[in-house]
Design a protein around this ligand. Structure first.
Ligand SMILES: C[S@@+](CC[C@H](N)C(=O)[O-])C[C@H]1O[C@@H](n2cnc3c(N)ncnc32)[C@H](O)[C@@H]1O
Length: 260
């Protein structure tokens, strides 16, 4: 596929193309399999998930984990370089994942089957900046779910982040590089910065990447999910399905069922 034509989606693709090489180091690719496997195992069993769409798959952690657990997975992402990393992983791990370069907005044109589950993890939906676009994306997701299929998505908890005006989101030090993720607050937007520093004793060199995010609040998403035709919407504070606490939870994890 060609790069997205829309400027906002184009900048998302460019941002993640530039981050693709470091993304697994920054997010502890191998450790996530260990930490998250039991919860996905439980979800898949509980909801009898055989097919899944991983929307905003990035370098493919969830696609690969689900594939290991016996689910047939289609993965989509706007960034060609992130999708390429997924393909490298799936080759190395000898797992079969159908991977496509596409945007959430373009899904009806590129995906024709319906799924038991759609995942949109790792704060991917914070890149969808307006209510109109979010509603269109959620409707696309709903249309691609089988009857009673489930949507699972995980954003950061912006109810907490906005109230605390958190500046440094995280600092990750690895043997070769240090990654500092930080926020700058703007009206209705947060500028998300990723600073990558080389851990060299001789020089401090690095790069800084910035992209605007929409800090979606739980109530805003609840209203849009209902409008898009989802029912039985549950809010959790983590992928371990702990209760959501607006002031305390790190994440906002939503499990919603296709009500149509
Ligand atoms: C923070 S990464 C999360 C990747 C992966 N889900 C994970 O948990 O590691 C966000 C991903 O969502 C993708 N993304 C964001 N908005 C998108 C859109 N509208 N269409 C397609 N991909 C999108 C980005 O390209 C990026 O790879």
């Amino acid at each position: 596929m060609n790069k997205p034509s829309n400027i906002a989606e184009q900048s998302v693709a460019d941002f993640y193309d530039a981050l693709a090489e470091d993304y697994d180091l920054m997010t502890d690719f191998a450790g996530r399999f260990v930490r998250e496997r039991p919860y996905f195992h439980m979800l898949i069993d509980k909801h009898n998930v055989r097919t899944a769409l991983d929307a905003g798959c990035g370098t493919g952690f969830h696609s690969l984990l689900l594939s290991q657990l016996g689910v047939t997975v289609t993965a989509v992402d706007a960034s060609q370089k992130m999708v390429k990393r997924l393909q490298q992983h799936s080759d190395e791990m000898e797992l079969k994942v159908k991977a496509l370069v596409a945007t959430f907005e373009d899904l009806p044109d590129v995906v024709t089957e319906n799924f038991n589950m759609i995942l949109c993890m790792g704060n991917s939906l914070a890149h969808t900046l307006t209510e109109q676009k979010m509603l269109a994306v959620l409707r696309n997701f709903r249309d691609l779910l089988k009857q009673d299929g489930i949507l699972l998505f995980q954003n950061l908890n912006y109810d907490r982040i906005l109230s605390q005006q958190e500046h440094i989101q995280s600092r990750k030090v690895t043997t070769s590089k240090t990654f500092v993720r930080s926020y700058e607050y703007r009206e209705r937007r947060i500028l998300f910065n990723v600073q990558t520093l080389e851990n060299s004793t001789a020089v401090t060199s690095g790069k800084l990447q910035t992209i605007p995010l929409r800090p979606w609040l739980r109530e805003e998403l609840a209203g849009l999910l209902e409008k898009a035709g989802f029912e039985k919407v549950h809010f959790y504070g983590s992928i371990t399905l702990q209760d959501f606490k607006p002031e305390g939870s790190k994440d906002l994890v939503i499990l919603a069922q296709n009500g149509l």
